[in-house]
Design a protein around this ligand. Sequence first.
Ligand code: NAI
Ligand code: PYR
Length: 310
Amino acid sequence: MKVGIVGAGMVGSSAGYALALMGLASEIVLIDRNEALAIAQAEDIAHAVPFMSSTVVNAGQYRDLEGAGVVILAAGVSQKPGETRLELLERNAAVFRAVLAEVLPVVPDAILLIASNPVDIMTQITTRLSGIDPRRVIGSGTILDTARFRSLVGRHLGISPQSVHAYVLGEHGDSEVLAWTSARAGSVPLSSFAAQVGSPLTADVRAQIDDGVRNAAYKIINGKGSTYYGIGAGLARIVKAIARDQRDVLSVSISTPEVAGVSDVALSIPRVVGAEGVLTDLFPDFDDEEYAALNRSASLLKERADAIPL
Ligand SMILES: NC(=O)C1=CN([C@@H]2O[C@H](COP(=O)(O)OP(=O)(O)OC[C@H]3O[C@@H](n4cnc5c(N)ncnc54)[C@H](O)[C@@H]3O)[C@@H](O)[C@H]2O)C=CC1
Ligand SMILES: CC(=O)C(=O)O
């Protein structure tokens, strides 16, 4: 599958690098308004290819997206230290209006994979502006938060994060919801697993994990300016599900008719992802607190998305 990437900065190039190493794309085209950057990133990534795969990596113009099955949208501004994702909304909405006007005429049938923040609202805006089937306009949503959650729980329990089946729901941002009630390690409920291995999930431990997930981006941005390796791998993981029609359950964001009592909102819940995009939405078991938190997250996202003029 050919994959286009618009925005060849830290996130776009990391996604391209992960895709190239994993050999998930036959061809990658990197596009950026800074053409010199796109050319340099493509060349650098292409030099990694001979070690791992045979992906052809080029920089290009919008017309070079023709034939792409997936286009990753990672253009726009990123957070400065202390800035929230929501504070990027107006600036990145303007970037997306310009980018979509170029992308849609060339690849009207591609699946659009949104990374730019605030990713849920950018997904909602893209769905409305493009008129594409919402199941083919996919925000990376909480795929990264879910990875952070699994990593911290895995470390606490002394097991691989891949054996932790737990999701972060709602906004990819401050109002996100760690779904403890439905979480499993192997097939065992998390609290039972934790007790069996002598590492109980006390309120303190849960609070530390919650903080580690919710505030990871702020801490990394303070330390190195931006985050990109995690989301680069997360975007490649979503492309894998699409390119190979894997029907993987991933926490991604699409515009959804109703979540936790809120209508027409883009946010993350676990969803089945395959060649046609999102195939099925899944609603895990919640306790009352989780349901209320998801309702708050959904309400906030809907209010902000509905206030953006198209
Ligand atoms: N969804 C997620 O989990 C994550 C999302 N992000 C978001 O990804 C976005 C990109 O972040 P970075 O790559 O770190 O930023 P960056 O500044 O390194 O790259 C952004 C690129 O977009 C390009 N660009 C801006 N306007 C454009 C336009 N109109 N047309 C074409 N290209 C344009 C810039 O030239 C720049 O190269 C940000 O919004 C950031 O918040 C970052 C990390 C995780
Ligand atoms: C920046 C961002 O959205 C993240 O690392 O979660």
